[in-house]
Design a protein around this ligand. Sequence first.
Ligand SMILES: Nc1nc2c(ncn2[C@@H]2O[C@H](COP(=O)(O)OP(=O)(O)OP(=O)(O)O)[C@@H](O)[C@H]2O)c(=O)[nH]1
Length: 319
Amino acid sequence: MVLKKLLQSFSTPFNHSRENVFGKRCKNSEVTVPEIVRTPYLVRKNTISYARKRRPSTDNKAQPIQTKPCRMRGRANSVPASKSGQLLLRKNNETEDWFAATRSSSINILVTGAKNVGKSALTVRFITKRFIGEYISGEDMTYDHVISEEKRKQKIVFLDQSNDEDCYKKRMPFDDQNLEWADGIIVVYDVGNPATYMYALKIINFIQNKSSSSEDLEGVKPILLVGNKTDLAKRWSLAQCEMKNVTDKIPSWVTSVELSAADGFEKVPASINELISEICQIKRISCGSLKKEQFRLLMGSVFRPRMHKTSSGMKFGSI
Ligand SMILES: Nc1nc2c(ncn2[C@@H]2O[C@H](COP(=O)(O)OP(=O)(O)OP(=O)(O)O)[C@@H](O)[C@H]2O)c(=O)[nH]1
């Protein structure tokens, strides 16, 4: 009944058929409704505003040019610390001490890649299980995430590295300190943009070259190459031919995966968990809960696609 009324309300005022919404011609007029770009998820402001990062203003007024320090951290006052410290942005002035402290106490993951490929989206999706439309651009962000295994807690720190032009020029593609700090690296590209894929390969080559100078980098720092935005299937298929020509350049020790931060209920946590368990093995830390989590995600994707959403026993990744 409600559905019937809803359908009627769609059709009566303008006499449009439902196809009109997707850009087809109206039945009784010559007006063409512009095509609507599909937004995968609605932003539920009340529940996720704490994790939302502001974009710089896009006013037409001339903005004063500001030079940002590359190692700028997210504004602490823009995001309140969550109870468990799972999503916590760092203050701007934390630098050397922060690197030293986190190096020894946590699992550190560097998230890098070209601009606008979805580095923040991927990280936030992993930590909060949510996709938020917009994020602060042009600033390095760090996120704390805690996994609990029985009574033990393991802190995971993500450094979401900005690649705005100023920083890019200074640290082509990132400085040694970030690389030394990281236990694992996530290199992100946009599957619909071959240039970002080339940039991702450049980063991997950079790491590979570093490994020849510091003997044990290769294999010791696991790399996850993530092709993001597969939900934009049209752009993706167009870019595939161009990317196929260069796929042989990915070194065999790099794990690669294609997914969508927007749609990635299972794939995002599964692939990042795999990277974390690899790091745990290398650092000889026990991460048993990750294995359980991976198994649960696998079973969830086979039998019940949203099983993990209702599970309360596992603290991993919850807010
Ligand atoms: N459709 C779609 N859009 C995405 C996806 N991931 C990210 N986006 C969008 O892509 C834009 C850039 O995402 P960000 O996460 O800010 O990208 P970033 O790499 O962190 O950007 P910088 O910090 O500027 O380097 C945002 O508008 C996101 O909403 C995805 O999987 N699918």
